[in-house]
Each structure stands twice: as structure tokens, then as C-alpha cells.
Design a protein around this ligand. Structure first.
Ligand code: ADP
Ligand code: ZN
Length: 615
């Protein structure tokens, strides 16, 4: 069977997504390859389809044990003989996995690196292995954001099967990480397939943080009844925010490493199974979760790097439908990251340099009044829009800058404003903190200011009109652009002008300053926010809601996550096309033969207006 036919028959899809066909063909040709595709780009299909071709066993090495069972269930939905082997497996199921392997029945085997390296399955894999896929391949690199020592040993195992092709997959890889993957996993003259990192269905926003609770609530309230994740920096932040959201009557739970294993498992389960709308979490949350209809991700604090941001925000909208990613920035978050990292005494000089660069990059991302889609793409070394694609006149239409919610100050005004702030800092000679300099610029008389005679300075009150939030945000912007720096003495963080800052005061260098624009009261939501870009009318949305309820009932009955039954995008298609027969349903994107057979009748009932849920 041709790959297209397998795709249609097993998964119900008409066409490959970018680079899937190339990856699959490399696998069929026995050639190694590296696949870099953004989240939602369809990486799993690259190794699942070869497994469905019946040519032998496909092995998938993945560090995400918590995800494996759901991945296996989803693969089985496409009719694959799939199993998983990891340390949490009970004796009974484990025996079955071994028996399937020994009998040569297994088509797709998920395995954790530890379990693979234990070595006892090598002889069972034997000659049948045609493809070894290494998922989350960036874990092999120090330069990535999730280094895993066991990944460095994977070649030991892979080298035992020289005939099997190798496929390394990851969502985020800067050029340095890519090089590391190629070398460390021993890919042999590999085909290199790098997709464009942009996620066009995500709306990115980055705002200066003013009132954390209020700003988080605003973002959450735009999505009543929908799934979302709020990331905060510390456990305390998480507890505080979760309590606030609960007070506001939202369906939400906290998640961080300080909670008991049982409590964490329950929060995660409830979220994945759509019994819970909002998770407030530290970055401990996410590696093991797969809910494809997360409609928004809010960062209440600044993440540690652009890679972290891409990974965490990327958990929104995996189903390809519109979703929102909001980042609330404050320069103090970066100082906190630095402080947390310094607690780790083993931080090498090299890691420390890497950290400083990461902090600088994420700070620039957050405060530059420049299209966020283009900033992200360029961080990963790609042009935006992708080569050959046309740039719309009003920009991407999916970020705060292009939507006109953040505006850059005109060049001259930015320079002038920066000079005012910088000269105040200069006057203070690096002996005071940020708050002091802010008060000075706002013209707030205070004992210390008066005692120092600073109320006589020309800069005293010079930015009174702008107001405190603007002045604070501009300072943050000047910090990430290296014109100001915050240094620590024994007790207080002090604000200091840098050499670059002094040069700027003499009109050498360029500066960019931006600010959120007050939204008009009745400003419409961006169009893309509507489900499927407004593809559904009101009756369609109502039907979509009922189909979701049917899916949840089916999932509960089967003991799997709703997305294993099918994705939101498939429900949207069903609601839009309203097929009336199983045959018509086969034409709906994402259904496929097995799904229609198993669930078709229940969905047809819902479409026909029957209200009973499956029991
Ligand atoms: P990734 O692992 O790259 O984040 P997934 O493998 O989870 O992405 O796939 C993301 C979504 O895209 C899933 O819902 C999957 O079913 C869907 N998908 C994969 N391949 C195709 C295709 N060729 N056409 C349509 N949808 C696809
Ligand atoms: Zn934009």
C-alpha cells in the first residue's frame, strides 16, 4: 500500500503535513533522519505510519513515561499492534508485552531509555527492528532545555541494530542542539528535515506585568469552560494564584513538585480528562501531559529561556485550532531565575554563560515591540514569514504587536525617553534601587530624595505624565537591552547605568521602547479566536458542545483521555459537515475506518439530535 493510502485508511487524513512524507520515505529507504517539527506538527505519524506498513518492528524511545499509555492507546485506535515498556508497568501487562514481542506480533513498541538500556529486550527485538525512533531528541544535548544523561548512552543500544534506520525527533532545536543530536545519536549521513517553527494558530502576547492576579484573570476569563494552563515561577506563586482563581469560582487546581504524588496525579488526570479547566503550575507540569485542546497558556512569570517558552506555550492548540499564549514580563523574574540557578553549586562556567544568554534572549522577546511570531522564528534561525510565503500588510494578525495592542514609541520619542531614564540613573551613581529612581522620575518627594538634594535635579518629575507602570516597564526594557543593569550589593539590588547606556545618552546606539495600548472598551476579539476561525455557526457550536460531551462519555467508558477518541479538530469537522451515515463520516478529516466503526453510531446520534449519552 502507498503511504497515502495507509494515511487515509488508518488515520482518515487526506494529505501529509509538511515533511511527514519525507520522514516516512527515509524510514522506508532505511535511511537515518532528523525531524524538527513544531508541537502539533505531526511527529508521531512519522514513525507510526512505517509501523503500520507491516514491514517489521518500530521502536520509539521516549522519556515521557506518563504519556506512553495514552500514546499506545491512540496508536491502537489507528489499528496498530502497539505496546509500551517502562519501569511503572505491572507484572501481568509486562508479561504480555514480552509475549507479543517474542511472537513477533508487535508493530510499535514505546520504551523508556532506562528500560531499553537494561538490555533484556535486545534479543526479542532482534532482526525484526526496521526503525528506531528517538523522541524528544534534544534531551541528548546540554544546550537544550532538558538534558538527560541516559540519552547519551542510547547509541550503545542502537549500534547493536546496524540495519535499523534511526529517526531523531524534536520540537525545539537551535542549530547548536541539532549538531549535538546528529553527533550524539550517531546518525549516519542523515536526511535533515527541519520544519518551520512557527505555529500560525497561536496568538502570542507579551505584556509588562502590573497586577498579576488581574492580568491572569483577564486571560482566563476570555475562555470560559475551556482548558488552559497558568505557569508561575515558584510553588508559593502557584498556591497563591490557584487560591485566587478558585475564589473567583474557576474550576482549577495547583500543580507543583511539592505536592504529594497522589494529588499531582489526580490534578493531571482531571485536567487531561476535561474534568478540570485550569491548571496553575510550575514547569514541573507539562512533560507528561497531552491534552490537545488546551486553548490558552498564561505565563504569570517570565520563563527561563525562549526554548522553555516555546515548549510550554506550545502546549496550547496542539489540535491546530486557535489558541492564546500570554506572557507577563518583569525583569525581577530574570533575577529570580539567576538566584535559583546560583543555588546549584555545580553550575559550570559554561552553563552559567548559557544561562545569561538565555535570560537575555527571553527578556528581549518579551519587551521588544516587534511581531512575536517573527521574533520566535528568528530565534530558531528561520525567516518569518517562511521563505516564499507572502507577508500580510498588517503583519501576522496573531500577536499583540500586529493586533495593535502593544505599540512601539516613535524612534525619536523612544530615544528621548530612554535618555531621561538613563540620566536619572546616572545621577544616582548606582547607589540606589529601581524604586528610588522611579520615584525620582515621577517627581515623588520623599525624605531620602530630599536629603540627597535629588529633588533639585533636572530629571526630578520629568516623566510624571507617563505614570509609574510605564516608567517601570521602560526600565525593564532598558535592562534587557543592556542600557541599565541591576547589580547586587550585600543587601539591595542597585540600578546602574552601563557603558552602552552612557553611549546612548550621547546619541550613540539605538533603542526601542514599547507600551501596551489601552484597549477600547468594546474591542472585538481577534477573529482567529473563534473556534476554527469562525467555521461554525451558532448551531454548529452547540453541536460541537454536544459532541464533546459524547466524546467525554466514550473516553470515561474506555478509561482513556478524550483526545485518544479523537481531537477537537475532528469534532469541529463533524459539527460543520454533519454526516448522516457511516459512509459520509469516513470522509470527515480525522475519522478513519476504525473510529467510524467504534464510535460512529454515537456521533451520528448526536448529530441527529438524540440527546442520550453513551453509557
Ligand atoms: P507532535 O508530536 O509533533 O506535537 P502529533 O503527532 O501529536 O504532533 O500530531 C498533532 C496532531 O496532528 C494530532 O492531532 C494528529 O492526529 C494530527 N495529524 C498528524 N498528521 C496529520 C495529517 N497528515 N493530517 C492531519 N492531521 C494530522
Ligand atoms: Zn505579529
Amino acid at each position: 500500500m502507498k503511504p497515502e493510502e495507509i494515511l487515509k485508511k488508518r488515520w482518515g487524513y487526506d494529505a501529509f503535513k509538511p515533511l511527514q512524507r519525507e520522514a516516512i520515505e527515509a524510514a522506508f529507504a532505511g535511511r537515518d533522519c532528523l525531524v524538527v517539527l513544531p508541537t502539533g506538527g505531526g511527529k508521531s505519524l512519522c514513525y507510526q505510519l512505517p509501523a503500520a506498513a507491516g514491514r517489521g518492528l518500530v521502536l520509539v524511545v521516549s522519556p515521557l513515561i506518563a504519556l506512553m499509555d495514552d500514546q499506545v492507546a491512540a496508536a491502537r485506535e489507528a489499528g496498530l499492534a502497539a505496546d509500551a515498556l517502562h519501569s511503572n508497568l505491572k507484572a501481568g501487562p509486562k508479561r504480555e508485552v514480552y509475549a507479543n514481542l517474542a511472537a513477533g506480533r508487535t508493530e510499535l513498541l514505546y520504551v523508556s531509555p532506562e528500560r531499553l538500556l537494561a538490555g533484556d529486550i535486545y534479543s526479542l527485538i532482534g532482526e525484526r527492528l526496521v526503525l528506531a525512533a528517538v523522541d524528544e531528541a534534544h534531551c541528548v544535548s546540554h544546550w537544550g532545555h532538558e538534558f538527560r544523561p541516559e540519552y547519551r548512552r542510547l547509541t550503545e543500544a542502537l549500534d547493536l541494530f546496524p540495519k535499523a534506520a534511526r529517526m531523531a525527533l524534536t520540537a525545539t532545536a537551535t542549530p547548536a542542539v541539532r549538531e549535538d543530536i546528529l553527533g550524539r545519536l550517531g546518525l549516519r549521513s542523515p536526511e535533515i528535515l527541519i520544519g518551520h517553527p512557527d505555529r500560525p494558530n497561536l496568538i502570542y502576547r507579551a505584556f509588562p506585568r502590573r497586577d498579576q492576579v488581574k492580568q491572569v484573570l483577564e486571560a482566563v476569563r476570555r475562555h470560559p469552560g475551556e482548558g488552559g494552563i497558568v505557569y508561575a515561577q515558584t510553588r508559593k506563586d502557584v498556591e497563591r494564584l490557584a487560591a485566587k482563581l478558585k475564589e473567583e469560582g474557576l474550576s482549577c487546581a495547583p500543580y507543583h513538585a511539592g505536592l504529594g504524588a497522589e494529588e499531582r496525579r489526580r490534578a493531571q488526570d482531571d485536567f487531561v480528562n476535561e474534568r478540570l479547566d485550569v491548571i496553575v503550575a510550575t514547569i514541573a507540569f507539562g512533560m507528561g501531559i497531552d491534552r490537545s485542546n488546551v486553548r490558552y497558556v498564561v505565563h504569570a512569570n517570565t520563563p527561563r529561556s525562549v526554548e522553555h517558552y516555546q515548549q510550554e506555550s506550545g502546549r496550547a492548540g496542539r489540535d491546530g485550532l486557535p489558541a492564546e499564549c500570554t506572557l507577563l514580563f518583569a525583569a525581577s523574574d530574570l533575577a529570580m531565575h539567576r538566584w535559583l540557578a546560583k543555588k546549584d553549586l555545580h553550575l559550570s562556567a559554561e552553563r552559567q554563560r548559557a544561562l545569561e544568554k538565555q535570560l537575555k534572549d527571553i527578556g528581549r522577546y518579551a519587551v521588544s515591540p516587534v511581531c512575536r511570531h517573527s521574533l520566535l522564528a528568528s530565534h530558531f534561525g528561520e525567516p518569518y514569514p517562511a521563505a516564499g510565503a507572502a507577508q500580510a500588510e498588517e503583519g501576522c494578525g496573531a500577536c499583540d504587536v500586529c493586533l495593535g495592542e502593544t505599540k512601539g514609541l516613535p524612534e525619536e520619542e523612544a530615544r528621548l525617553t530612554a535618555k531621561k531614564i538613563l540620566s536619572a540613573a546616572w545621577r544616582c551613581e548606582g547607589r540606589y534601587g529601581t524604586g528610588y529612581v522611579v520615584n525620582l522620575l515621577l517627581g515623588r518627594p520623599g525624605e531620602r530624595v530630599a536629603a540627597n538634594g535629588h529633588d533639585q535635579l533636572k530629571v526630578f518629575g520629568i516623566l510624571k505624565e507617563a505614570g509609574e507602570p510605564a516608567v517601570r516597564s521602560w526600565m525593564d526594557q532598558l535592562i534587557v537591552q543592556d542600557y541599565l543593569e541591576v547589580t547586587e550589593d550585600e543587601e539591595y539590588p542597585l540600578l546602574r547605568i552601563t557603558a552602552e547606556g552612557r553611549a546612548l545618552c550621547q546619541d550613540r546606539g539605538e533603542v526601542r521602547l514599547g507600551l501596551p495600548v489601552k484597549p477600547a472598551k468594546d474591542k472585538k476579539k481577534p477573529k482567529a479566536l473563534k473556534l476554527a476561525g469562525g467555521a461554525l455557526d451558532e448551531a454548529g457550536e452547540e453541536l460541537f458542545g454536544r459532541l464533546r460531551a459524547v466524546r467525554r462519555a466514550l473516553a470515561d467508558k474506555a478509561g482513556v483521555a478524550p483526545y485518544v477518541i479523537c481531537h477537537d479538530s475532528t469534532l469541529v469537522e463533524l459539527a460543520a459537515h454533519r454526516p448522516a451515515t457511516p459512509e459520509a463520516m469516513l470522509d470527515v478529516k480525522g475519522m478513519g475506518e476504525k473510529r467510524v466503526k467504534k464510535y460512529g453510531a454515537f456521533f451520528l446520534d448526536a448529530i441527529a439530535g438524540k440527546r442520550d449519552l453513551p453509557e
